[in-house]
Design a protein around this ligand. Structure first.
Ligand SMILES: [Zn+2]
Ligand SMILES: [Zn+2]
Length: 358
């Protein structure tokens, strides 16, 4: 069996980013019908990575350490050197914490599921430390200090779009409709309303599309990787990576690296309200989102979290949420989930193919 070294893993990540940034490559690719054997082969190849990770070639560890430091799993301080290629205790602890935080089996190994999530497009907000609560089934997380908007009831928050930082390949009224729906999702469960305003200077929440280093110390990284980020209450800044191929309707947007704008908007509004990342895979506050995937429904975990901050909307009904939760977890979305998983497996397969041809 062909074995991958850690050097190859490092290359894999780098090549994946390069491959992702090729719109020609992305546009030409269609969702394939992978056989179960092909999927099994991919899984085996990743297990080979894991099996050989403790070998003498550990060149990819610094890349992984940089990822873990970027997203809150390793200390930012200078005394921890991320360039060191040692599989040390802080690194192992970072893997364990990442697996816990992302709801994976916690084994401390760089297995297929773990590496897949490390490679997955995600929110740029670091994953906050999970604080265990009295409620055993709670997975939602607040930011340190539990910040929230403090306004008199009934609370009304205004939002505005940056005229200078926008994208031009989507209709502006369609984009505004997406954000209106995204805000309405949260407004339906808490006693907070969201109103668009043209007064950008005085809006509570400001929304714009930015490229690369845009002045807030959180530079965007091109296609995929980090998709967007937003800030905790009461900052209100909501930034999307202008380099993404943002999509409103996947029937007209065929790019393999297209990202669903509404799903990302709903997620980032959760941050703007004070929620950090959840370990529940079905929650909108889960930190990753695959290309062409959608996550539009608040889960019970999201609702419990935001209601712990703001209370419940008097018109909110837990039974309607449970019904939609159940239906969403049944057959309704299986086709979409399957095609999305196939697409992601194909992107990984493409990268593996490139490596095997080198
Ligand atoms: Zn996030
Ligand atoms: Zn920013």
């Amino acid at each position: 069996m062909l074995l991958l070294s850690t050097k190859h893993l490092s290359l894999l990540i780098i090549i994946f980013v390069i491959a992702s940034q090729s719109s020609c490559l992305a546009a030409a690719r269609s969702v394939p019908d992978l056989t179960s054997k092909q999927s099994h082969d991919i899984a085996n190849k990743w297990r080979d990575i894991d099996d050989n990770f403790h070998s003498s070639q550990r060149g990819s560890i610094p890349e992984l350490k940089k990822y873990f430091r970027r997203f809150g799993y390793l200390p930012l301080q200078d005394h921890y050197n991320v360039s060191d290629d040692t599989f040390d205790e802080p690194f192992k602890s970072a893997i364990l914490n990442f697996q816990t935080k992302l709801g994976l089996p916690v084994n401390g190994k760089l297995d297929f599921d773990t590496v897949s999530l490390i490679m997955a497009p995600r929110c740029g907000v670091p994953d906050s430390e999970t604080t265990h609560s009295m409620h055993a089934r709670q997975s939602y997380v607040f930011f340190p200090g539990k910040p929230r908007w403090a306004r008199d009831a009934p609370m009304k928050l205004t939002y505005a779009f940056s005229k200078d930082n926008f994208i031009d390949y989507l209709n502006i009224s369609d984009i505004k409709a997406v954000f209106k729906r995204a805000f309405a999702k949260w407004a339906s469960v808490i006693p907070v309303s969201f109103v668009e305003t043209d007064d950008y200077g005085f809006a509570d929440i400001t929304i714009g599309f930015y490229s690369g280093d845009h002045g807030d110390g959180e530079p965007f990284d091109g296609v995929l990787g980090v998709l967007a980020h937003s800030f905790t209450p009461e900052n209100g800044r909501f930034h999307l990576d202008a380099a993404e191929r943002w999509a409103i309707d996947f029937r007209s947007e065929k790019s393999a690296v297209a990202v669903d704008l509404e799903s990302v908007a709903i997620h980032e509004i959760g941050h703007l309200l004070g929620l950090s990342h959840s370990s529940v895979k079905g929650a909108v506050m889960y930190p990753t989102l695959k290309p062409r995937d959608k996550k539009l429904d608040l889960s019970l975990d999201d609702v419990n979290g935001v209601q712990a901050l703001y209370g419940s909307n008097p018109n909110f009904s837990i039974s309607s949420l449970l019904e939609s939760d159940i239906s969403a977890n049944q057959a309704v979305d299986l086709t979409r989930i399957r095609s999305s998983s196939l697409l992601w497996a194909t992107l990984i397969l493409d990268v593996l193919s490139i490596i095997f041809c080198m």
